[in-house]
Design a protein. Structure first.
Length: 473
C-alpha cells in the first residue's frame, strides 16, 4: 500500500471514529412502518389498545423479552387489565430508550432513539413501577410500536407507625417510617396539643424518642426520593400520652405494738388524666426482706394489717392508673413496732422554787402503750442532785403520767412522789404535768412542772420546772 492510499485509509478511519458517538442516537420522524400492533382504521382509543394487548399477550411478552425488560411484563399487563391506559403525547426531542416493532413474524427492538419530527406524537400508554423506577410505556396511535418513552425515579409514598399505641409519659417510643416506599430521607414534625415541639430530618427511617409531658401528640412526616421529590401529602400518627399516677401513703398509727392493726391508706394517690385503680403495698424488715405484701384494686385503696414482730419496718407503695401506667415515684413510710411495755430513761436540768435552785435529775422508767400513737402511760423514778444552795437537798422523784399523743407532740398529767426538798418542803405527793415533742422515732424533749400537795405550802412558794430528754428503748 503506497503512502497516498495509507493517508486516505487513516482519514477514513478517523472520520468514522469521529462520527461514531453521534451514531448512537437515531433520529426518527415517523412510526408505524413496521408496527407491532395494528387494527383496521388504526388504534384511536384506550379501549381499542386494551383489547389488542389482551388478545396478544405472547407478542407483548416477546417484545419485553427482546428489550431485556421482562421484569415489566406482569406489571404492564396488570395495568392493562385494570384499564389504566390513558392518552399522552411524545414531545419533539423526547429520547426513546427502546421501541419494539415487528418485521414479518419477528419481533425486534431498536434502541437509543429520539423523536425528531417537528410535531408531538399522539400516544396511548401507562406507567409501570419497578424497584422505585417509573417506566412510561406508550403505543403511538394509528399503527404503533410498544415504546419505552421515559424512565424516572418514582414519587415516594409515606407510611408511619408509632409504637406503643398507648404510651405513658417517660416511655421510649419508636417512630417507624420503614414502610414508606422509594424514600431515602424523611422529615418528621412532632406536635403537642397543636404546637410544634420537635422537628427532625432523618435518613434512618426508625427514630426512638421519649416524651416527658402528657398531652395529645401528632406525628406528621414526609418522605423524599433520591431527586428530593416529596411524597404527596403528609402521613400522620396521633397518640395520647398518659400521665403517670402519683402515689400518696398514709399509715396510722405511725408506731405500735405487735397487737396493733395498722391502716395503710393509698386513697390520696392521684392521676392527672385518669383514675388510680390499683395499689400495691409491700412491707420489708430492716434487712430488706419482704414480710408481707398485698394488692388492693378499686376504691377504697386501703389495707388493714398487723405487722407482727417488734422491729423497724419500711412500707412501700406503688399505684397503677386506668391506662396501666405505674407511678414513677414509690412512696415509703418508716414504721416502728415496739413492745407494749418499753423501758425509758430521762434526764436533764431542773429548778426548784425558793431562789430557783438548779438541779440535775435522772430517772428510769417504763412506757405502756395503752392506745398506740394515741395514749400511753409512763412510770419513772430517779433522783435530783444539786451542787449549789445547801438549803436544798438531793431528793428522790417518781411519776405516773398519762400522756395523749398528737402526731409528734404529746401532753399529759398525773401524780408523782418526792422526798424532802428543804427543811420546810417535806416529802409527799405531787401534781405533775408534762409537754413533749418527738425529735425522732424514740427520742423526745419535754418540759415538766411539779406542784407538791401540802396543806402548809402554796404554789407561789414551792414548785419545780424540768427540761428533760426522754429516750424510749
Amino acid at each position: 500500500m503506497n503512502t497516498k492510499k495509507m493517508m486516505i485509509f487513516i482519514i477514513v478511519v478517523l472520520f468514522v471514529f469521529t462520527l461514531s458517538p453521534f451514531a448512537k442516537v437515531k433520529k426518527i420522524t415517523r412510526v408505524g412502518v413496521y408496527p407491532l400492533l395494528c387494527v383496521e382504521g388504526g388504534i384511536q382509543t384506550p379501549e381499542q389498545l386494551k383489547e389488542l394487548l389482551e388478545n396478544n399477550p405472547a407478542l407483548i411478552e416477546k417484545a419485553f423479552a427482546e428489550a431485556d425488560a421482562s421484569f415489566l411484563y406482569d406489571g404492564f399487563m396488570e395495568k392493562v387489565m385494570a384499564g389504566e391506559i390513558q392518552a399522552d403525547q411524545l414531545p419533539k426531542g423526547q429520547e426513546i430508550p427502546w421501541m419494539a416493532f415487528k418485521v414479518g413474524n419477528k419481533v425486534k427492538v431498536a434502541r437509543d432513539m429520539v423523536w425528531a419530527a417537528n410535531r408531538t406524537l399522539e400516544v396511548l400508554g401507562l406507567t409501570v413501577q419497578h424497584e422505585c423506577k417509573d417506566y412510561v410505556l406508550v403505543v403511538p396511535k394509528g399503527c404503533g410500536n410498544l415504546t419505552l418513552m421515559d424512565i424516572r425515579n418514582s414519587v415516594p409514598t409515606c407510611a408511619i407507625a408509632v409504637t406503643p399505641e398507648t404510651p405513658n409519659v417517660g416511655d421510649e417510643i419508636t417512630v417507624d417510617l420503614s414502610a414508606s416506599q422509594c424514600a431515602v430521607r424523611y422529615e418528621i414534625s412532632v406536635m403537642r396539643d397543636g404546637e410544634e415541639i420537635d422537628f427532625k430530618k432523618l435518613v434512618d427511617p426508625v427514630w426512638k424518642m421519649k416524651i416527658d409531658q402528657s398531652g395529645n401528640y401528632l406525628f406528621k412526616a414526609k418522605a423524599f426520593n433520591i431527586d428530593g421529590v416529596a411524597s404527596p401529602g403528609d402521613c400522620e400518627a396521633a397518640l395520647n400520652f398518659n400521665s403517670l399516677p402519683v402515689c400518696d401513703l398514709t399509715v396510722t398509727p405511725a408506731r405500735g405494738t405487735p397487737a396493733t392493726t395498722f391502716t395503710l391508706d393509698a386513697s390520696g394517690s392521684s392521676d392527672p388524666d385518669g383514675t388510680v385503680v390499683k395499689a400495691e403495698f409491700t412491707i420489708k424488715d430492716e434487712e430488706g426482706n419482704v414480710v408481707n405484701q398485698n394488692t388492693v384494686e378499686g376504691e377504697p385503696l386501703i389495707w388493714e394489717t398487723k405487722v407482727g414482730e417488734v422491729g423497724a419496718y419500711k412500707i412501700w407503695l406503688k399505684v397503677t392508673d386506668d391506662a396501666g401506667a405505674v407511678s414513677a415515684n414509690v412512696c415509703e413510710f418508716d414504721l416502728m413496732v415496739r413492745k407494749g411495755i418499753t423501758p425509758l430513761v430521762e434526764f436533764g436540768p431542773m429548778v426548784a422554787k425558793g431562789t430557783y435552785t438548779g438541779y440535775i435529775f435522772a430517772r428510769l422508767g417504763l412506757s405502756f402503750a395503752i392506745v398506740p400513737e394515741k395514749i400511753s402511760l409512763i412510770t419513772s423514778a430517779g433522783g435530783a442532785v444539786t451542787f449549789t444552795d445547801q438549803r436544798f437537798k438531793n431528793h428522790f422523784l417518781s411519776n405516773v403520767l398519762l400522756n395523749f399523743h398528737f402526731d409528734r407532740f404529746y401532753i399529759g398529767a398525773g401524780l408523782g412522789y418526792s422526798t424532802e426538798v428543804t427543811d420546810t418542803w417535806s416529802g409527799g405527793l405531787d401534781i405533775v404535768g408534762n409537754l413533749g415533742f418527738y425529735l425522732f422515732e424514740r427520742a423526745s424533749i419535754f418540759g415538766e412542772f411539779r406542784y407538791p400537795i401540802r396543806e402548809d405550802l402554796g404554789l407561789d412558794e414551792v414548785h419545780q420546772f424540768f427540761l428533760g430528754f426522754r429516750y424510749e428503748f
